[in-house]
Write a protein of this length. Structure first.
Ligand code: M6R
Length: 370
């Protein structure tokens, strides 16, 4: 039931604060502020203590959450992590090192390529292999075939465009990174306390980000007649740029590409002219100054910038520069909060263009054949 909402997608965007709160509660008590719950993944502690490498496999939006997790595994707890789309991994005879945690991320748990890639690894039987399903459907094939089930408590997702499944995947991945970090003593003391405190603020920040609905709807009017669009981000926001581009093409049928902003000069800058909208994910983080230089390059070539920024960045709208301020959030968790404005943008563009938002042409919710 869509209730008061015109589309399931919009309803599911609005469900994100609660869905993420439920997911976080798997590992965090309301009253215990500085540590993970003892019972979170407790049965698997011995297995997780032994892993030395992480291999993430997924498709589409779930692949993008894996890309964020790679930054987290490596920068926060120094565990090497590879991420690959399952449809490529399964056909290239890949090496799976010993003591590897294979994480399959899938909303449905029935995606054919992801399942096949997992089965291929299991056939190789590398020493110390631990497999984990990060999945929204407890009864799925993926959950049955893996050692560990880490649920995303998003509730049923009906819209073909994945929204709350994505943000709950990110929240659960952060919990997993912390769990492995704690078990292996790679994150301790004040750093751990701070990260946990920041996670607890996340539902409130997501809730506040829904207030961007009206300004983003106004922004979306600039996209109605566009043929093509770029999404730019750096660091943890690069996967969100990819996700923003996927969302826009999937439901509005506008061609869109996500790029690491540092790659602009290596090709895409040639596309920029006055008809090219460029969406930029620009929190005031450690990459902001570099990103600002990238924005100036685009602006100088008359590209029209649509920037999601932190108020702290003091970016001010001017000619061909539109700015929407996103609620303050720490750098590490910013990709979760910045997902909301890109979802809302593609939603409003699609509604304006009159597409079938919940059932985009040629696509199925669950891709059970390759
Ligand atoms: O069920 P899964 O998470 O395995 O599905 C993977 C992709 O098919 C899915 O994320 C797809 O890209 C979405 N429609 C994107 O919104």
């Amino acid at each position: 039931d869509k209730g008061e909402f015109k589309h399931y997608m919009l309803k599911e965007i609005y469900e994100q604060p609660d869905a993420v709160a439920r997911t976080i509660e798997m590992a965090l008590d309301n009253n215990e502020t500085s540590k993970l719950r003892d019972d979170f993944l407790q049965r698997y502690e011995t297995q997780l203590a032994g892993i030395r490498h992480v291999q993430i496999l997924a498709c589409g939006t779930s692949y993008h959450s894996g890309l964020v997790a790679k930054y987290w595994f490596e920068s926060l707890i120094r565990v090497p992590c590879s991420v690959e789309v399952a449809s490529e991994f399964r056909y290239r005879n890949p090496v799976v090192v010993d003591n590897c945690l294979v994480i399959c991320i899938s909303q449905s748990g029935e995606t054919a390529d992801t399942l096949s890639a997992l089965r291929d690894i299991q056939k190789q039987t590398p020493a110390g292999l631990v497999s984990l399903a990060l999945c929204n459907v407890p009864t799925s094939s993926l959950v049955r075939e893996t050692d560990i089930f880490l649920p995303t408590l998003a509730g049923p997702e009906i819209g073909v465009a994945s929204t709350k499944a994505f943000t709950t995947q990110l929240a659960a991945l952060m919990l997993l990174v912390l769990k492995v970090g704690v078990i292996q003593q790679r994150v301790t003391g004040e750093r751990l306390t701070t990260l946990i405190g920041e996670l607890q603020q996340l539902p409130g920040q997501l809730y506040a980000s829904l207030n961007l609905d009206a300004p983003i709807k106004t922004m979306s009017e600039h996209f109605e007649d566009k043929k093509s669009c770029l999404f730019l981000g750096r660091g943890l926001q690069f996967p969100i740029a990819l996700e923003g581009a996927l969302k826009l093409k999937e439901i509005s049928y506008i061609h869109a590409e996500g790029y690491a902003a540092g790659e602009l000069k290596h090709g895409p800058l040639a596309l920029v002219d006055k008809d090219m909208p460029i969406v930029v994910l620009a929190p005031k983080d450690s990459m902001f100054d570099k990103l600002k230089a990238n924005m100036q390059e685009v602006h100088a070539r008359h590209g029209e910038l649509f920037v999601f920024a932190s108020e702290a960045s003091q970016m001010v709208a001017e000619d061909r520069l539109h700015v929407v301020y996103v609620p303050e959030v720490c750098e590490v968790l910013a990709p979760i909060v910045y997902s909301v404005p890109v979802q809302l943008l593609s939603y409003h563009v699609a509604v304006m263009r009159g597409t079938d938002v919940d059932q985009p042409r040629n696509l199925a919710k669950s891709v059970t054949v390759e």
